[in-house]
Write a protein that binds this ligand. Structure first.
Ligand code: ADP
Ligand code: MG
Length: 247
């Protein structure tokens, strides 16, 4: 398969193994600029590994090929450029506990983009407003609820002005009453044309927000389609079985 000219992320023959155990079996995938793609599938199917390979948080087989915005993802000098373009939001927030919320959001632009303090602060405050937590800017992460911390993590990722945001189960560690506020922020972001790849168990969200949904099982991309195709008329028995179990 050729890389499509319009694709922001191109994945070709992505294979990944831990020792003798193959976790990803030759994944092919193209994601266009502005697309919102949700990745669903059972635990252990390789969803996290797939998105972690996109910014090379996981090494993968040399014959595999991933490009982001035309840059080959591989160890070497270009990797920093890829990582500056790919924002990541984890299940566990991963905020710096000893820094204020504001400083958490200012840090990467200052270090990586060489933003000045006033510029980084102006941007950080704007982003904190965008995720609805302006009032918490001077607090430390430990003083915030899980939902608020995850919204800070989203603001922090956005501060680098990434070309794409990757989310790995961003609401799975949250108390149920906080899931909605984080999904609302993500829904708003999706509406502004940000390219997003979201591993999620929130099927209602995926159906509503995704342009395309990927179903993974056993390290394979089993099926990819519009939310209506995947949720209403799945072609593969494995997809139907999974949806029967979770819906
Ligand atoms: P998912 O996110 O869909 O739950 P993962 O990508 O985390 O799946 O994991 C896919 C498979 O890889 C699982 O079988 C998991 O046990 C295995 N795996 C993940 N990380 C490691 C690791 N560091 N060492 C060995 N096996 C791993
Ligand atoms: Mg996972």
């Amino acid at each position: 398969m050729e890389t499509q000219a319009s694709s922001l992320i191109s994945v070709r023959g992505l294979t990944k193994a831990y020792g003798n155990f193959t976790v990803l079996h030759g994944i092919d995938l193209d994601i266009a600029e502005g697309e919102v793609v949700c990745v669903i599938g059972p635990s252990g199917s390789g969803k996290s590994t797939l998105i972690r390979c996109i910014n090379h948080l996981e090494a993968f087989a040399e014959e595999s090929r991933i490009t982001v915005d035309g840059i080959r993802v591989q160890p070497g000098p270009a990797l920093a450029k890829v990582r500056a373009e790919v924002g990541m939001v984890f299940q566990s927030f991963n905020l710096f506990p000893h820094m204020s919320v504001l400083k958490n959001v200012m840090l990467a632009p200052m270090r990586v983009r060489k933003s000045t303090v006033p510029e980084a602060e102006r941007k950080a405050r704007e982003l904190l407003a965008r995720v609805g937590i302006s009032e918490q800017a001077e607090k430390f992460p430990g003083q915030l609820s899980g939902g608020q911390q995850q919204r800070v993590a989203i603001a922090r990722a956005l501060a680098m002005e990434p070309r794409v945001l990757l989310f790995d189960e961003p609401t799975s560690a949250l108390d149920p009453e906080m899931v909605g506020e984080v999904l609302d922020v993500m829904r708003k972001l999706a509406g502004t044309g940000v390219t997003m790849v979201i591993v999620t168990h929130e099927m209602g969200f995926a159906r509503q927000v995704a342009d395309r949904v990927i179903f993974m099982d056993g390290g394979r991309l089993v099926e990819i389609g519009t939310p209506a195709e995947i949720f209403d008329t799945p072609r593969e028995e494995r997809t139907r079985g999974f949806l029967r179990a979770v819906l």
